[in-house]
Design a protein around this ligand. Structure first.
Ligand code: NAD
Length: 265
């Protein structure tokens, strides 16, 4: 029996990166997963690899309300109910504040912030119907501390922590726990272009090296390396299973000690 035996969890942005690792770990722990993404080829391939009885892929642009309605319906049609949501999908745009076009700012808000809102709003009634459940939102360390050139991204991640706290308060009485993860630097296609395959999906880990990133982050991260998406997946698992049964409304930093203080040596 796994930690998520018989639970049905919808994971967004599941075609690659952290979402992919969350899907793999959740299935290994007994869950059935609905994988949502806009990268249909890699998403379909992952669902096929995991097996139809364990995973289904659905095209889900998290910024589109109608896509959420369809994804929830697909999850229920496939597995009968939904017990958990991992709002993982996100995009990153680097720009200095005064150089950020309004359209770019609004695009990041639409995917990261509105997407997480639409997801919680669409899935919560299903969690209530299932008798309770969990929501794990993916924020970032930039929700809690500053980083230059990330105005739009940091704004959305702070908003996600805010929504997480409010949702936790509103939903605790319904048996639904809501928490947020705040990763530091994690070695995924978002941060490492070498990990992006031609179709936008993930490149197998053994085809790429993390040495250069480890060297770079080793200078600022006390643990001396960039994080691995599998490590974030384990935090998502903890927050989605009974091991965290008395925890709700909190942001969890996972960053190898980056935010612990200022490195001068
Ligand atoms: P990634 O780019 O590898 O994966 C993100 C996934 O989201 C992709 O599969 C992408 O296709 C999908 N996606 C993008 N827009 C979407 C949309 N509109 N609808 C549905 N899916 C969409 O990045 P990752 O590093 O795995 O990021 C996962 C989450 O973790 C993101 O929310 C990101 O902001 C957050 N995060 C990442 C890091 C990091 O260093 N990698 C650090 C902190 C937070």
């Amino acid at each position: 029996m796994g930690k998520l035996a018989d639970r049905v969890v919808l994971i967004t942005g599941a075609a690659r990166g952290q979402g992919e690792q969350e899907a793999r770990l959740f299935v290994a722990e007994g869950a059935r997963v609905i994988l949502g993404d806009v990268l249909d080829g890699p998403g379909e391939a992952l669902a096929k690899e995991l097996g139809e009885d364990r995973a289904r892929y659905v095209h889900l642009d998290v910024s589109q309300e109608a896509d959420w309605t369809a994804a929830v319906a697909a999850a229920k049609a496939a597995y009968g109910r939904i017990d958990g949501l991992v709002n993982n999908a996100g995009i990153l745009r680097f720009n200095e504040l005064v150089g950020t076009p309004l359209a770019e700012f609004q695009q990041v808000v639409q995917v990261n912030q509105v997407g997480a809102f639409l997801g919680m709003r669409a899935v919560t009634p299903e969690l209530v119907a299932a008798g309770g459940g969990t929501i794990v939102n993916t924020a970032s360390y930039t929700a809690l501390t500053g980083m230059a050139f990330l105005t739009s991204y940091a704004a959305t991640k702070a908003a996600i922590v805010g929504m997480t706290r409010v949702a936790a308060m509103e939903l605790a009485g319904k048996g639904i726990r809501v928490n947020a993860m705040c990763p530091g630097a994690i070695d995924t296609p978002m941060t490492n272009p070498d990990r992006v395959a031609a179709d936008g999906g993930p490149k197998a880990a053994d085809e790429t090296g993390s040495a250069a990133l480890d060297e770079f982050y080793g200078k600022v991260v006390p643990m001396g390396r960039i994080g691995r998406p599998e490590e974030v997946a384990r935090l998502a698992l903890f927050l989605s299973c009974e091991d965290s049964s008395y925890i709700t409304g909190q942001p969890f930093v996972i960053d190898g000690g980056w935010m612990a203080g200022v490195s001068v040596f």
